[in-house]
Design a protein around this ligand. Sequence first.
Ligand SMILES: NC(=O)c1ccc[n+]([C@@H]2O[C@H](COP(=O)([O-])OP(=O)(O)OC[C@H]3O[C@@H](n4cnc5c(N)ncnc54)[C@H](O)[C@@H]3O)[C@@H](O)[C@H]2O)c1
Ligand SMILES: N[C@@H](CC=O)C(=O)O
Length: 478
Amino acid sequence: MKSQELTYPMYINGKQIMLDDSFEVENPATNEVIGRVPNGTATEARRAADAAHEAFKTWSKTSAYERAALLESWHRVIDERLEELAVIMVKEQGKPLAEARGEMQYANSFVKWYAEEAKRIYGESIPASVASKRIMVQKQPVGVVAAITPWNFPAAMITRKVAPALAAGCTVVIKPAEQTPLTALLLAECAEAAGIPAGVINVVTTQNPAEVSDVWMEDSRVKKVTFTGSTPIGKYLMRKAADTVKKVSLELGGLAPFIIAEDADIEAAVKGVIVSKFRNAGQTCICANRIFVHESIKKTFLQAFQQAVESLKVGNGLEDGTEIGPLIDKAAVKKVQAQLQDAVSKGAVIHGESGQNMEKGYFMKPVVLSGVTDEMLCMKEETFGPLAPVTAFNTDEEAIERANDTPFGLAAYVYTSSLKKAVTYSENLDYGIVGVNDSAPSVAQAPFGGMKESGLGREGGHFGLEEFLEVKYISLQV
Ligand SMILES: NC(=O)c1ccc[n+]([C@@H]2O[C@H](COP(=O)([O-])OP(=O)(O)OC[C@H]3O[C@@H](n4cnc5c(N)ncnc54)[C@H](O)[C@@H]3O)[C@@H](O)[C@H]2O)c1
Ligand SMILES: N[C@@H](CC=O)C(=O)O
């Protein structure tokens, strides 16, 4: 169904670029086309890399204070246009408006934090072994950065990369996900309004991601690729990066265990798991994917959990009170349904109403499953949807072993009232992020990222800035 077909230009070297070929952006709640964007090709990818390369020559030489001031200004403009950004995000991505506002605040917190951090890129002076020498260590920007981002957090996954890159003195070429290009383009418009010079931020929209990214991966002027998305595409980009030995940061898939120990505060655990499991309709890389509950409290937990899940309102993200929006597309719904069918065919039990679709849009009601075993697909593959599989465990050792038995290692959660258990779990879970009695750990100042096949490098905090800096050692004979 078509309603409004405004075409939004992409953004290269401070210019708005339109192409004859464009593609539709769909509202996953209504199936309406909410706009079109240019279908960029290798030509636009090259133009963007040329612009970023040229802009790097001057941007990398600006003072940290100039870059900080421009990032502060970007933060101000985003803040002024926050509601507009949140609404466009709901329309193209589907999340409830309150969550979209929350994402915009989270996204903008990276811009603010790295505006401040730009001024703290310190070098070092190291004592030399002879009196006639001085050892100096400087930090320099790596160069042009290619940023490839997913649809689930259309703003935050961009600012979490671009703000530290700019603070370090790098310039960027961005390829947003084809499902959610509008938020990215609006962020670039805000950057231009903030006075960030032409060529420093470039956005190429495309329906052919490999065509665009291949140009950047083969271009030796692009010194770094920073990617958030699925593990298979992350591995593909890592292989491609090898030819020109680019620096690589990867934020990939997860399979988060959510462990509720026998001494947990059940009410807090239910609240925590609701926040973790159903944020963005379950389409968050750190969403609880596998819920492990101690056998002794399983019955009480399941009852309270089911009751809380039944009260969640599913609907269009722009309607008041909506807590769960649609999934991003038909393929996403099919994937979750396949996991549900697989689990039921292997003996899992559905609690309450099962997850049928609504009339329009890619909606799915949240589903709670019990009697789940580790052989079921939902315990092995990232779900990315509102399916909550619950399994019981008997000892902490068993929970840790089963939680670690996966190639993924992004986020894990444990609810307990014992300090000893909190320490044992957090030290033994092979995950980059562990939330202890905390189901919402993401903040701008902390290192976000995964172990094993969940990624390489960290975003956020001073760790996130170092990913965009080279270390240069200068040996000075005086
Ligand atoms: N670890 C994190 O911080 C984090 C954050 C958000 C999402 N994710 C993960 O992202 C996945 C969901 O996002 P998705 O479905 O958009 O992932 P995806 O890998 O399909 O797409 C991510 C980006 O890669 C692009 N892409 C796809 N094929 C490509 C190719 N051949 N070459 C270059 N680029 C290509 C897409 O256009 C998009 O921009 C989940 O696995 C989720 O866990 C991880
Ligand atoms: N939601 C994550 C990003 C991955 O989906 C975050 O909390 O930053």
